[in-house]
Ligand binder design. Sequence first.
Ligand code: SAH
Ligand code: DHB
Ligand code: MG
Length: 224
Amino acid sequence: MPEVPNDRWMAVDRYLDDTIVGADAALEAALASSAAADLPAISVSPSQGKLLHVIAKAMGARRILELGTLGGYSAIWLARALPPGGRLVTIEADPKHADVARRNLERAGVAAVVDLRVGAALDVLPQVQAERSGPFDFVFIDADKANYPQYLDWAIRLSRPGSLIVADNVIRKGAVIEAGTSDTAVAAMRRMMAQLQSDPRVTATAIQTVGVKGYDGFAAILVT
Ligand code: SAH
Ligand code: DHB
Ligand code: MG
């Protein structure tokens, strides 16, 4: 659980949204329709979504993979970073979330470049591999936390040297330092960190973040 956002963090995020991040009708409609459909309010924040967009665009990512679509908010940011001919594959286990996402992606005008796959990521990833829609240039891991170690392994396998993998929610209010944790999500995050430390295929770091989503963080993993 992220720490309850404090007023200062909230105000700074609002300031960034109102200045450099910028408002956008389709992104705002995606959040509104997600809330109206009772989806959990756990999308990346606007400044985080734009960070994903900026990174993907800077890399010239043509093939992007996302695990955990929810209402499609981060998917819209990612899809908008694609060059002509680019493609986003995004995987969502909950059919209700996927339905909301489909409408949001259509409204944002990116449905044609997004391949939204409904199913548990660990079931869909082997299909994605078999279809040879990879290698992916950029992967965003944001589905169920307990499977992050497996998702990391899949992300690396579906990548190429130079690909970047970003994983959300890796700090969890600082709980990531708790070696004896009984929280399965935190324990999985620690296993992923151990993989990152020892896997010769990657070089990685993580950044702590505060803001409207509380205290959490991202990992940035470069495939070498
Ligand atoms: N990336 C989204 C937020 C994702 S929230 C955004 O920033 O806008 C996490 C999502 O992962 C939820 O919609 C949840 O239903 C989905 N999820 C949970 N377990 C999953 C699994 N095994 N495979 C794929 N998606 C899963
Ligand atoms: C939560 C936040 C997330 O960004 C996510 O992907 C899943 C859960 C949370 O706040 O619980
Ligand atoms: Mg997340």
